[in-house]
Design a protein around this ligand. Sequence first.
Ligand code: LLP
Length: 391
Amino acid sequence: MTTNNTYPTRQALQQFDTPYYYYDTELLRQTLAAIKAETASHNNYFVHYAVKANANPKLLKIIKEAGFGIDCVSGGEIQAALDAGFPAESIMFAGVGKADWEIELGLDAGICCFNIESVPEMEIINEIAVRKGKTANVCLRINPNVEAHTHANIMTGLSENKFGIAMTDMIDVIKRIEQLEQIHFLGLHFHIGSQILKMDDFLRLCDRINELQDYLEENGYKAEIIDVGGGLGVDYDAPEENPIPAFNAYFDVYRKNLKLREGQQLHFELGRAVVAQCGSLITKVLFVKENGNKKFVIVDAGMTELIRPALYGAHHKIVNLTSTETAETYDVVGPICESSDVFDKDIPLAKTKRGDLIAIKTAGAYGETMASCYNCRKLPNGYTTEDIMSV
Ligand code: LLP
């Protein structure tokens, strides 16, 4: 099996201007195959790739060809999905604040479902649907008040978070739907957070969904679909040992604990787990500087290309691809005028010099999509194995 510590040669990597993202498409294909192996025998399971994790068209094409659906949170993402050839019926559209043009785009394209988060949003979707003579399928995003053990900024399923409809309001909202002529109640949607490694968190979500389904039925309603969102985490510390996330354990939690009703579909929205390990940020060393007893490796990528360390204190394993000398201890920092523009501190790295190529690993998810032009920098390019080999 390929692991993501196999990189093209130095000469191959040096063909492109740094910083850039390198995507190991062999690993991506293996990851997609691992998900398929877990879900193939369940014809009522549907996996929608959460495009917010990475919208690179070359990756989207591979994910589409593997037969996945897609989960979008903006009109731009819906357009990217359509451009990549995803069928409109495979598009889920979530988001706490959808603009009118985004709703129109979804209705015109004929997407599978709007995951809605409030009554005012639903009323506007109905108004636009009536105007267009279309019907909108909706899932109610319910806030299940389940705590996910992850970074506070990426936890979404607690009642204090801005997401979703309170469980206690669920029946009233469905009753309101019955009065809206162009809205069809399709089911329930959940998402408790991201980078979740404790399977117990998903187990508690299953328990909560079971309770809510009973409550729904007591009130005379039935969900055609249950969408459990995404959230499966990846190993940032040891990507070489675990290039493919724990899909078996993840899907097993749902297989064993979620009580689906006859004919009910189960939808998943995985983002990070699909693409994180196949991507690395490739950057070049500009300078190595010593300040007192500290040594800084100053690279040409910064928080503008990969904001996760600065924003969440996230850890990404860093390796020097071009030095085999004995390791020394460095802080690896970017060129941006912000003290938080640090990739990692006091880490061992093969003795590093100007011109070396550095890989910042496990950067395929929420890397390229979160890049910015701060300091008037250019957005990074993304190259796949095929791009690098074809030059
Ligand atoms: N579905 C919904 C409704 C979501 O909000 C998200 C992610 C997903 C699915 C996909 O979750 P995943 O499988 O990727 O965990 N920028 C942060 C992560 C933000 C996640 C936002 N929502 C980071 O870099 O860690």
